[in-house]
Design a protein around this ligand. Structure first.
Ligand code: CP
Ligand code: NVA
Length: 333
């Protein structure tokens, strides 16, 4: 692990990282996970402090940053949109310079990727992307760690991405597969395939890494032989309420159900970044379920609760991988 040095780097999207650096972060996360499970203290960043800016809500990402910061011996300050001046009374550039004077690193979850890129441009400390409309890179590291734990390798792994393949999770998966030499099969209507420029970038990367990138309107064709069947919500944070009907109409053929899992390879796992609409036990799920007449959405409750579902292992891995990102970029030794 010794050769890679990420001290002082931002973590904004996986496109900025080499396959070797990505592998290093996954290995570092595995090492931190082992320490945590064995009860070995690892407060290597004692005395440092991080700012956590959330312009959108979160359970996993916020908790991961806070617990990881605490385990590393750091203080953390949570800023939600209603409790800070960011964007309303103070620009991103000014916020970046103010926070850089008090903190050793800044996490940002929000809307356009250009916002986190601007924050990083003006900040003099590492900036970490906790999700934008375009990318969710810390989720990708957790997913890679989970795949490594399940299959022992990234080589030859096929990921079938079902549903809305043109938002943060679909984009991030295409980039991740391109970087790591994996197979990415987007299963979605054509208008839900990722942006053409990003596809072209990933196809170029794939030439170097041996990755394969495919797009399928026929879900049964795309998912054939997949090792990982992945999906995400059909309506993401910040999208208007009016899109629900169209999403349900267009994306229902891409629901992950028993038939889809049977079509995937032997030993295939089901993954989801969460939160998921797999039943009506949430306020929005119940309200929309009654309005549109469904009881489960992007994944059936049967698959979600089945043996092949590794979603809670994946969620735990958010914390270990976020810890690795902070430790590596802040220079814990
Ligand atoms: N997967 C994920 O980012 O979850 P949160 O929105 O709860 O952080
Ligand atoms: N696409 C989802 C991901 C949540 C982790 C969203 O942006 O809301």
């Amino acid at each position: 692990m010794g050769a890679v040095d990420l001290k002082g780097r931002d973590f904004l999207k996986l496109l900025d990282y080499t396959p070797e650096e990505i592998r290093y972060l996954v290995e570092l996360a595995a090492a931190y996970k082992k320490k945590k499970h064995e009860g070995i203290l690892h407060d290597d960043l004692r005395g440092k402090n991080v700012a956590l800016i959330f312009e959108k809500t979160s359970t996993r990402t916020r908790c991961s940053f806070e617990v990881a910061a605490h385990d590393l011996g750091m203080g953390s300050t949570y800023l939600d949109p209603s409790a800070s001046q960011i964007s309303k009374k103070e620009s991103i550039a000014d916020t970046a310079r103010v926070l850089s004077g008090m903190f050793d690193g800044i996490e940002y979850r929000g809307y356009g990727q250009e916002i986190v890129e601007e924050l990083a441009k003006y900040a003099s400390v590492p900036v970490w992307n906790g999700l934008t409309n375009e990318f969710h890179p810390t989720q990708m590291l957790a997913d890679l760690l989970t795949i490594q734990e399940c299959f022992g390798t990234f080589e030859g792994i096929k990921v079938a991405y079902m549903g809305d393949a043109r938002y943060n999770m679909g984009n991030s998966w295409m980039v991740t597969c391109a970087k790591m030499g994996m197979e990415f099969a987007a299963c979605a209507p054509e208008s839900y395939w990722p942006d053409r420029d990003l596809v072209a970038t990933c196809q170029e990367l794939a030439k170097e890494t041996g990755a394969r990138i495919g797009f399928y309107e026929d879900a049964m064709e795309g998912v054939r032989g997949a090792n990982v069947v992945y999906t995400d919500v059909w309506v993401s944070m910040g999208e208007p309420d009016e899109v629900w009907k169209e999403r349900i109409d267009r994306l229902s053929p891409y629901q992950v159900n028993r038939k889809i899992m049977e079509q995937a390879g032997d030993g295939a796992v089901f993954m989801h970044c969460l939160p998921a609409y797999h039943d009506l036990k949430t306020q929005i799920g119940k309200e929309k379920g009654e309005q549109f007449g469904f009881t489960e959405l992007e994944v059936t409750d049967e698959v979600f609760e089945s043996e092949c579902s590794v979603v809670f292992q994946e969620a735990e891995n958010r914390m270990h991988t976020i810890k690795a990102v902070m430790a590596a970029t802040l220079g814990a030794d």
